[in-house]
Design a protein around this ligand. Structure first.
Ligand code: ADP
Length: 357
């Protein structure tokens, strides 16, 4: 960036209902990465520390981190310890570059809610960027500038899709965070939020906690689902009348007729249902529903590509497979769900890009 000085990092935040996504750029050595990782970055390779990642880019390194919004103080401590908020002053013109004028680009609902906290703790102003503007700017940037950003994921197989930047628009962007936003993107800065659904990633976590007695985190719930069997909870088409030929109405005996529907007619005690099976039924219910609504919107607006982003996906194979199955099933194989390598950070990247405005 034109006014950025050496050694001063530049930071942007997406403060969501569940998670804070952070993107920052550093030019030189960074205490977050050890010597081995520095070598990797020098060789142009990506480095991953748990859910945090660093990528070498021209002139430095881009870092992607997440924090729990509930524990926002950990995020503030991290920013303070590395003095990440100091970068904003160099972005502003020189007369504005005083300590009182430090800014961090921020998006998401929390950019409003926590503005005072940032001012009190770090003496920094949050320069708020609209959430949808940021999502679209982030997605457009990733799809145009990053090689191997988009991919399909079906039956455990990942396949990268090369997008021709001259043939990108229009497309549908489905961001699955705590809730879901569905946006029709027509160009740079040209878009419309056409739909959304309240049953999103937050619903999976919240319902999962309810149904299992608040025992598990998102990662634990997801891990449980890998060992689950949803047939023990969902009512399948074949459970209703096993002899009927469902193919005439485009269904197979294994299609879910009613999520959680089997529980109603069974005499089992609720406490006897396994948490693994509950988690898988819930995951399928939420993911199929999102895939279905996304497909219907693509059909209404005649869009040939649907990209899914948001931290709910976060590269989880089982979630991507379920969404892909839903889109494939509903569209009779005509549409394919596409995923983004930086799925959870689309909005944060968009806010980061806005330093250039
Ligand atoms: P928001 O901006 O609304 O916080 P995100 O895009 O950050 O939305 O996605 C939040 C969702 O991501 C959660 O509701 C949950 O389903 C999912 N998720 C994935 N990984 C995690 C995690 N480690 N901790 C909490 N939620 C996670």
């Amino acid at each position: 960036l034109p006014n950025q000085q050496d050694d001063i990092p530049l930071l942007a935040l997406d403060i969501g209902g569940t998670l804070i996504k952070m993107v920052y750029f550093s030019r030189h050595g960074d205490p977050l990465v050890d010597d081995k990782q520095k070598r990797y970055l020098k060789e142009g390779l990506e480095v991953s520390n748990g859910s945090n990642r660093s990528y070498p880019v021209k002139g430095g390194c881009l870092h992607f981190l997440k924090f729990d919004t509930r524990k926002i103080n950990e995020c503030l401590d991290f920013i303070d310890s590395k003095q990440l908020h100091r970068g904003g002053i160099y972005w502003r013109s020189s007369e504005a570059a005083s300590k009182n004028n430090m800014v961090i680009k921020a998006t998401g609902g929390g950019a409003y809610m926590y503005a005072n906290l940032f001012k009190e703790r770090l003496g920094v102003n949050l320069d708020k960027e609209d959430e949808m503007d940021s999502l679209v700017a982030g997605a457009n940037f990733l799809l145009k500038a990053i090689h191997h950003e988009a991919f399909t994921h079906m039956d455990g197989q990942k396949e990268f899709v090369q997008i021709d930047e001259n043939d990108l628009f229009p497309y549908l962007l489905v961001n699955i965070g705590s809730g879901v936003s569905i946006i029709k993107v027509d160009g740079n800065g040209s878009f419309q939020r056409v739909d959304g659904t309240h049953a999103g990633g937050g619903t999976y976590c919240g319902q999962g906690m309810f149904l299992t007695g608040c025992k598990y985190s998102f990662d634990e719930l997801l891990e449980l689902s890998q060992r689950g069997d949803n047939k023990l909870i969902d009512l399948l088409v074949g459970d209703i009348d096993g002899k009927m030929d469902y193919s005439k109405i485009g269904l197979s005996a294994s299609t879910i007729a009613s999520s959680f529907g089997k529980v109603v007619s069974e005499k089992r005690k609720l406490k006897d249902y396994r948490h693994e099976d509950i988690s898988l039924s819930l995951l399928r219910m939420i993911s199929y529903n999102i895939g279905h609504i996304a497909y219907l919107n693509a059909k209404i607006y005649g869009l040939k590509r649907i990209f899914f982003g948001g931290y709910f996906i976060r590269g989880h194979a089982c979630i991507m497979d379920t969404i892909s199955y839903a889109v494939d099933f509903r569209s009779n194989g005509e549409e394919k769900a596409l995923f983004l390598r930086h799925d959870g950070f689309v909005g944060a990247l968009g806010a980061f890009m806005s330093y250039e405005k």
